[in-house]
Design a protein around this ligand. Structure first.
Ligand code: NAD
Length: 420
């Protein structure tokens, strides 16, 4: 459909087509499963600090409502487009269904560079975005959360704007907010911790030792930095390269992860971090390592890069980092590269977001171990189901994981009588 025209949306459609072919889904049902239920576009005029008025574009896409409310993050990034948001919403649908959560997928975003805005400008645009979305979201309709370029503070502004409108506190309208206003313990770390847990499970499956393994990480934000910290300190993995939007750093002896975390906390990025030699993004992705963890943007592993990968495990922390053309190549290399597809690899975030929503609805809060134990239990079930299906049907992990998700959505829609 023309309004969603975007490389990420084309990629999500192509992945869906492969799964629909595998599951032999009737042609009549495919469009119904594929196309988003709703898409909202908003214009956000903001008074900038220098007196100008700047106009930003914001989006929210709700993919399907068959299983419950929709759920998904909000991205602040210069490349955000309606099509990209729609692709991310679709991936959220399969991810939630694979994890057994009572949600459809959603996603939102604003086309802007958060690093170029002051705190006051960011607050204005965040509040204006939520204000415009009030008629379309709700704790039983669509629940927002963080994604690239957003975090706890922005979720707090979203919640406050919605609550002021309603006249009472509505913490369950967003997840990923500070614990002081109804956030859950463990949400900030959930995605990276889930990534690390699944990498540990891949080590077990492949009979590899974590303390003799190396990792390369692209993206040193919420997902990449938490996973790096956990892998380095909990599992003894040597992190030999890290990179972000500004710089890529290689050190065969191992990057000083606490030093890098401290640098990013103080300076906002890895730029100027002195822990190794500078390399290109392509060199980073194609370094010889045991684990490659893309945790930044989509479509970084292309058909050009896939033949050059030298990792044993590809753990997709980012959403959509591997193109379908690259997938074909990875499938031919399945004995060399063990793929943990994005819809399971980064599912820790939405799983703990679900826990946050449940706690807010009940006003009953859990301990950190309750959150983490339940998170690992759900990930374990999804990982086991994916491996079982991939092995029994001799299909790639991505097709196996997506098939389980898509089947659950089809089952929900048909039980509700939406399909003949
Ligand atoms: P973040 O904003 O905290 O960090 C993003 C990181 O990627 C930063 O280090 C940034 O510098 C880097 N980056 C941006 N552009 C880059 C580029 N062109 N090349 C290399 N690095 C670049 O975002 P995040 O929350 O860590 O999200 C990262 C990825 O994980 C996204 O794909 C997001 O959709 C996905 N994800 C996040 C969550 C979550 O809970 N935060 C959950 C599921 C999936």
């Amino acid at each position: 459909m023309e309004i969603y025209k975007d490389p990420a949306f084309d990629m999500a459609c192509e992945q869906f087509r492969l799964v629909a072919d595998h599951l032999d889904i009737n042609q009549n049902l495919r469009q119904r499963l594929l196309m988003p239920k709703r898409a909202v576009t908003v214009t956000l005029p903001i008074h900038m600090d220098d007196g100008r008025t700047e106009v930003f574009q914001g989006y929210r896409v709700q993919h399907h409502l068959a299983l419950g409310p929709t759920k998904g993050g909000t991205r602040f990034h210069p490349n955000v487009s309606l099509g990209e948001v729609a692709a991310l919403a679709m991936w959220m649908s399969w991810k939630c269904a694979l994890a057994g959560l009572p949600y459809g997928g959603a996603k939102g975003g604003i086309t802007l560079d958060p690093a170029a805005l002051s705190m006051r400008e960011l607050e204005s645009v965040s509040r204006r975005y939520m204000q415009e979305m009030i008629p379309f979201v709700g704790s039983r309709t669509d629940i927002m959360g963080p994604d690239m370029g957003t975090g706890e503070q922005i979720m707090a502004w979203f919640m406050d704007t919605y609550s002021v409108h309603m006249g009472y506190a509505v913490p369950e309208i967003v997840t990923g907010k500070p614990v002081s206003i109804g956030g859950t313990i463990g949400r900030r770390e959930a995605t990276g911790r889930g990534v690390a847990y699944l990498i540990e499970r891949a080590f077990d499956t492949l009979k590899m030792r974590s303390d003799q393994s190396t990792a390369v990480i692209q993206g040193f934000g919420n997902v990449g930095s938490v996973a790096a910290d956990w892998l380095a300190h909990h599992d003894g993995v040597r992190i030999i390269a890290i990179g972000d939007a500004f710089v890529n750093i290689h050190n065969a002896a191992g990057i000083d992860i606490p030093g890098a975390l401290d640098h990013v906390r103080r300076r906002g990025s890895l730029a100027g971090f002195p822990g190794g030699e500078f390399i290109s993004a392509t060199d980073l992705l194609t370094l010889k390592c045991d684990v490659l963890l893309p945790a930044a943007l989509e479509r970084v592993i292309t058909a050009d890069i896939a033949p050059l990968l030298q990792c044993r495990i590809l753990a997709e922390g980012a959403n959509g980092p591997t193109t379908p053309a690259a997938d074909q190549i990875l499938f031919q290399r399945w004995e060399e590269i063990f793929v943990i597809p994005d819809i399971i690899c980064n599912a820790g975030g939405v799983i703990v977001s679900y826990f946050e929503w449940v706690q807010d609805l009940q006003n009953f809060f859990w301990s950190e171990s309750e959150v983490t134990d339940r998170l690992f239990r759900i990930l374990e079930g999804a990982f086991t189901n994916m491996l079982k299906r991939a092995r029994s049907q001799k299909i790639p992990h991505r097709i196996a994981a997506m098939s389980i998700g898509v089947e659950r959505v089809v089952a929900a829609k048909s039980s509700r009588g939406l399909f003949p």
